[in-house]
Design a protein around this ligand. Structure first.
Ligand code: F6P
Length: 320
């Protein structure tokens, strides 16, 4: 193996640049050449490749987004499109690829491996929804951003004795909502994986106001429903003033946290070593702080397990 490629795919996440930097530096240290593949799998098929040097990544560890750009490219599921991508890699003498992205991106990494180009996946998504890993690159930064925003929302909520229903990201996974909800002292956390009772939530808020609380915060994962709709549901059962807020893509931006920078660096470094050992078709993850690898195929059958105990802890915090 002489030359490797690296791409970012799907939704961007803070820490992706730190991972690209780690891959580039590790690979060069081990005598490999590195090519950045721009715009994810779309750029792979189009042959949008740029050589990466250590100078290219020297000022990237602290930057949000992905300087290789990202794209969602479902067309890569088609055999003939995959074939075109493999031809581009061969044309550029690229023997192996590191893919940073969410679960969709892992299908691409597996396809490349099956076509003889060893590929390793790194979990890069703010959603934290990948099986066999407690952590994905960008999750911690997204949580911090959402928490900071809710801290500000709380100021105005208190000033007006209002309830705010805040949508955080997470299509099918409530991990951001659970962590941010606990960190923000939410009165309720609502996630797609668990049922909820709007009436009960309205009663908790009403009791809070009666006991002298001056605001209410509901953290609602976007996968459940839109904040505005949930607010209207709540108002059927509670006599308080309420507003809806959608944090949306701001959660994907900004400088990565210490945790995201460190873990992205560890994972990028490890991924290169797996390729150097001739391995492919693997997904790197982290369980209890330790790096792990799983067959990408196993991930498709697995289900991410969130830290659902956070819901119980938070509920006890609302027993005022
Ligand atoms: O997968 C990451 C994520 O940010 C989800 O939380 C969100 O539902 C989705 O991407 C938004 O996708 P897009 O940027 O394509 O609107």
């Amino acid at each position: 193996m002489k030359r490797i490629g690296i791409l970012t795919s799907g939704g961007d996440a803070p820490g992706m640049n730190a991972a690209i930097r780690a891959v580039t530096k590790t690979a060069i240290h081990h005598g490999l050449e590195v090519f950045g593949i721009r715009y994810g799998f779309a750029g792979l098929v189009a042959g949008d490749f740029v050589p990466l040097t250590t100078e290219n990544v020297d000022h990237k560890i602290n930057e949000g987004g992905t300087f290789l750009y990202s794209a969602r490219f479902p067309e890569f599921a088609q055999e003939e499109v995959q074939q075109k991508g493999v031809e581009q890699l061969k044309k550029h003498g690229i023997d192996a690829v590191i893919v940073i992205g969410g679960d969709g991106s892992y299908h691409g990494a597996l396809a490349l491996t099956r076509h003889g180009v060893n590929s390793v996946g790194l979990p890069g998504t703010i959603d934290n929804d990948i099986p066999y890993t407690d952590y994905t690159i960008g999750f911690d930064s997204a949580c911090r951003t959402a928490m900071d925003a809710i801290d500000k929302i709380r100021d105005t909520a208190s000033s007006h004795h209002r309830v705010f229903v805040v949508n955080v990201m997470g299509r099918e996974c409530g991990d951001i909502a659970m962590r941010v909800g606990v960190a923000s002292g939410a009165d309720a956390i609502v996630i797609p994986e668990r049922s909820y009772d709007v009436k009960e939530i309205a009663e908790t808020l009403t009791r809070g106001f009666a006991d002298g609380k001056d605001h209410g915060i509901i953290v609602l994962a976007e996968g459940v429903m839109a904040a505005d709709k949930f607010k209207d549901e709540l108002l059927k059962y509670g006599d308080f003033d309420a507003r809806a807020n959608v944090l949306a893509h701001m959660q994907r931006g900004g400088s990565p946290t210490v945790t995201d920078r460190v873990n992205a660096t560890k994972m990028g470094n490890y991924a290169v070593k797996l390729l150097l050992d001739g391995k492919g078709g693997l997904a790197v993850g982290m369980e209890n702080g330790e790096l792990n690898t799983h067959d990408i195929l196993d991930l498709f059958d697995g289900k991410h397990q969130g830290d659902y105990a956070l819901l119980d802890v938070n509920e006890e915090m609302t027993k005022y």
